[in-house]
Design a protein around this ligand. Structure first.
Ligand SMILES: Cc1cc2nc3c(=O)[nH]c(=O)nc-3n(C[C@H](O)[C@H](O)[C@H](O)COP(=O)(O)OP(=O)(O)OC[C@H]3O[C@@H](n4cnc5c(N)ncnc54)[C@H](O)[C@@H]3O)c2cc1C
Length: 387
């Protein structure tokens, strides 16, 4: 299928396609059905260096831009996999890279780049406060050379397949800060020192077979050196990482969108009903042509977000628009694909129902569509704030 992707990355795509070909649809289907982690696939991506793509070469990574990193994520999904199992390793390190001390970076980044350490988890969301992040209730209180953490998180992904976790907690009570975004801090938690020692992890069975968990903190003690950057500035640090996260997830949705269209086009060309291929009917063609148009349009916005990010220009609007357009486009492509396959679309062996569920997540996480619209309305269009 022809796409609007720039051609200069064809070699990169070929390398990813060769790796992904070693993990055919049946592999991903089995992990999806069993709700197990595709460890061998993630290990192969790690060993090939793809998940350390954005770590600078001085710390042992590949030093590639967001453009290349986004192509890695896109190709995983386009090949029938689900980059949601590993995308945290690509972007969570950004908080450490941008705001960590030299000592923290030298200690962790080379081992994250090699895959010896996995930093796949970021714990922000809480059950009682949800999207209203600055109201979160988990606290970290300094006591001598430690912080003592109490509280609860929900939907924290890949904890069982991580060595390190970024934690956002309140270090100064909301009532004592000038702005509600002040007084939150970011910590790098070594999970083997935490789980069972004040931190409990409870898996959440879910619709997408995603390894995600509730986390409970009860007097968890972490060393004071776990603090990243300055105490009280953590909310800003988390926001700094969101543009990369949103753009990478947009690329995953685009990979899904092309996967759905490929699948539907090939099925529509072969399936004969009423004596002709169903793809000859405009009722089948037009939803696919429409979905293709939407995916292509989202793709242009994704590359624009990447271009600006890699040029160190402001890209909040483009990253958010790319994420929303791509999530909508992949959902539209998924619907058109499912409709094209008719009853067979519901059978696990065609993989459509699994991809359909997986891509639906991106209307909600890591940020819901309403919150993107709210960001665009208030921060880009300058409309009055609603909250
Ligand atoms: C599979 C999965 C994996 C996840 N992984 C992680 C993770 O690794 N780390 C992490 O920290 N979080 C994670 N999340 C959490 C995710 O980021 C949140 O679910 C998401 O941000 C929405 O928050 P919420 O679920 O609390 O919804 P709520 O904040 O309760 O919102 C519910 C609905 O109301 C809408 N809404 C709320 N306020 C407004 C408003 N003012 N105007 C209009 N609409 C509004 C929202 O758009 C949403 O549709 C994950 C979630 C899922 C499902």
């Amino acid at each position: 299928m022809r796409t609007s992707a720039p051609e200069e990355f064809d070699d990169l795509r070929d390398a990813l396609r060769a790796l992904c070909a070693g993990f055919p649809a049946a592999y991903h289907r089995q992990h999806g059905a069993d709700e197990t982690y595709p460890e061998a696939f993630i290990q192969a991506l790690t060993e090939a260096g793809w998940l350390g793509a954005m770590i600078p070469e001085t710390y042992g990574g590949s030093g590639l831009g967001l453009t290349e990193a986004s192509i890695v994520m896109e190709e995983i999904n386009r090949a029938g996999g689900n980059a949601g199992h590993c995308h945290g390793q690509m972007y969570n390190m950004g908080t450490l890279l941008r705001h960590g001390s030299e000592e923290q970076k030298a200690r962790y980044l080379p081992r994250i780049a090699s895959g010896e350490l996995r930093l796949q988890s970021m714990a922000v969301t809480e059950p009682t406060t949800g999207t209203d992040t600055t109201k979160l209730k988990t606290t970290a209180v300094r006591k001598g050379d430690r912080y003592v953490v109490n509280g609860q998180k929900v939907w924290i992904s890949r904890v069982q397949h991580s060595d390190l976790m970024i934690l956002l907690a309140r270090t100064t009570p909301l009532s004592e800060v000038k702005r509600k975004s002040d007084g939150l801090s970011v910590f790098l938690v070594e999970l083997d020192q935490a789980i069972g020692q004040g931190m409990e992890v409870k898996p959440i069975p879910n619709m997408v077979g995603h390894e995600t968990n509730e986390i409970f903190f009860d007097e968890l003690e972490i060393p004071a050196e776990s603090l990243i950057g300055e105490e009280g500035k953590g909310f800003r640090y988390i926001l700094d990482g969101l543009n990369a996260e949103r753009t990478l997830i947009a690329a995953e949705c685009i990979g899904d969108g092309y996967w759905f269209i490929d699948k539907a086009v090939s099925y529509a060309g072969e399936r004969v009903v009423f004596g002709r291929p169903i793809g000859q009917n405009q009722g089948i063609q037009f939803p696919l042509a429409q979905a293709y148009t939407q995916v292509e349009a989202a793709n242009l916005m994704r590359f624009e977000a990447c271009r600006r990010y890699d040029a160190h220009r402001e890209c909040g609007a483009q990253a958010n628009m790319a994420k929303m357009l791509a999530a909508d486009a992949s959902w539209q492509a998924g619907n058109a694909c499912l409709q094209t396959l008719g009853g067979f679309g519901f059978a696990q062996e065609y993989d459509v129902e699994r991809k359909f569920r997986e891509t639906r997540l991106y209307q909600v996480a890591p940020i819901s569509t309403n919150l993107i619209l709210s960001y665009l309305a208030e921060h880009v269009l300058g409309l009055p704030r609603s909250f």
